[in-house]
Ligand binder design. Structure first.
Ligand SMILES: NC(=O)c1ccc[n+]([C@@H]2O[C@H](COP(=O)([O-])OP(=O)(O)OC[C@H]3O[C@@H](n4cnc5c(N)ncnc54)[C@H](OP(=O)(O)O)[C@@H]3O)[C@@H](O)[C@H]2O)c1
Length: 292
């Protein structure tokens, strides 16, 4: 990458996202830090500047569970940012309870999948004009625990079954596969990363069992800084400049579950995601055909 590369990372205010932001800042990148609110963003930027004084950071705030906020974030970036070399879709919720957003969408699905799906449609012109560019989606090994997925719930707003967090991490990989296929020949790559089991705030809304598991295993979990190595590698290393449609952990390509490899399911996810947005008036048909 020539000059100072610019990255947008969602969920930069905690855990893995904060660590990735600091490491990109250390490497001289300009980082647009996705934050739920400006205050949370500025507090995280302060923490990062205390370790990386020269970090070039800008907070971009939006509640990603709300597609209207995702839209406004995308338009602010299109207005103010001349180039975007990398987009890291990292923000996630792991709620065990069923919470619908004000737009009638299940919160984990909205934040963990639909926000990224909409954001990349809106930012595609900027990524295209900045190519070569890279998209990295943070997934998880828990995707392989999901044995079936009913995508009809995506359109109706019902929760993803059987576990909406784990299912959303499966959808992240299906999304990357279809995205990589649609981006062929554009110079934009798309890959998924599994950060491992990391000491972060992800379990804060988890129910009893998961919360207890996360607490008991905390000493065995890796630090956010260690876990950031794979996403930062995918975002910056020349070794993976041409790799696309892959899933990495510990900086190595790994196999994904059979369900995550299913191209029909990936195409159907793309179609139902677009339908869920258009049906609710949260995106236009024109926007949804950005990829052809
Ligand atoms: N921790 C693990 O063991 C683990 C394992 C595998 C994969 N992952 C993946 O790693 C990624 C990062 O998670 P983490 O473990 O670092 O968790 P985390 O500490 O909870 O960080 C999640 C980030 O997402 C942001 N976020 C959540 N909902 C949002 C919303 N509606 N609008 C804007 N921002 C929102 C959070 O902002 P707030 O601080 O304002 O909530 C926070 O900055 C996720 O994709 C997760 O699935 C984590």
């Amino acid at each position: 990458m020539e000059g100072r590369p610019t990255f947008l990372i969602t969920g930069a205010t905690s855990g893995l996202g904060e660590a990735i932001t600091a490491q990109l800042g250390e490497r001289g990148a300009r980082v647009l830090m996705g934050a739920r609110t400006p205050d949370r963003g500025e507090a995280a930027a302060e923490r990062i500047r205390s370790r990386v004084p020269n970090a070039d950071l800008e907070v971009v705030a939006a509640d990603l569970s709300l597609m209207q906020e995702v839209r406004s974030l995308a338009y602010r970036i299109l207005d103010s940012t001349p180039r975007l070399d990398g987009l890291i879709l990292n923000a996630a919720e792991a709620r065990s309870d069923l919470v619908l957003t004000a737009e009638g969408i299940e919160t984990n699905f909205a934040t963990n999948h639909l926000a990224g799906f909409l954001l990349i449609h809106l930012l595609l012109p900027l990524l295209r004009s900045s190519a070569p560019a890279r998209v990295i989606v943070i997934s998880s090994s828990v995707h392989s625990q999901v044995r079936m997925v009913d995508l009809s719930s995506v359109v109706t707003g019902a929760p993803l079954t059987p576990d909406s967090y784990k299912t959303s991490k499966l959808l992240n990989i299906l999304f990357v596969h279809e995205l990589a296929r649609r981006l062929e020949g554009t110079g934009i790559t798309a890959n998924a990363a599994d950060p491992g089991f990391v000491r972060t705030n992800l379990g804060r809304h988890a129910g009893g069992g998961r919360r207890m598991l996360l607490t008991i295993t905390r000493p065995m979990q890796t630090s956010p800084d260690q876990a950031a190595a794979t996403p930062v590698y995918l975002a910056t290393s020349s070794e993976v400049a041409k790799v696309t449609g892959a899933y990495y952990s510990d900086r190595h390509q790994r196999e994904v579950s059979d369900l995550a490899k299913n191209p029909k399911l990936a195409r159907r996810l793309w179609a139902v995601s677009a339908q869920a947005l258009v049906n609710r008036g949260l995106a236009t048909l024109n926007e949804m055909i950005a990829f052809g």
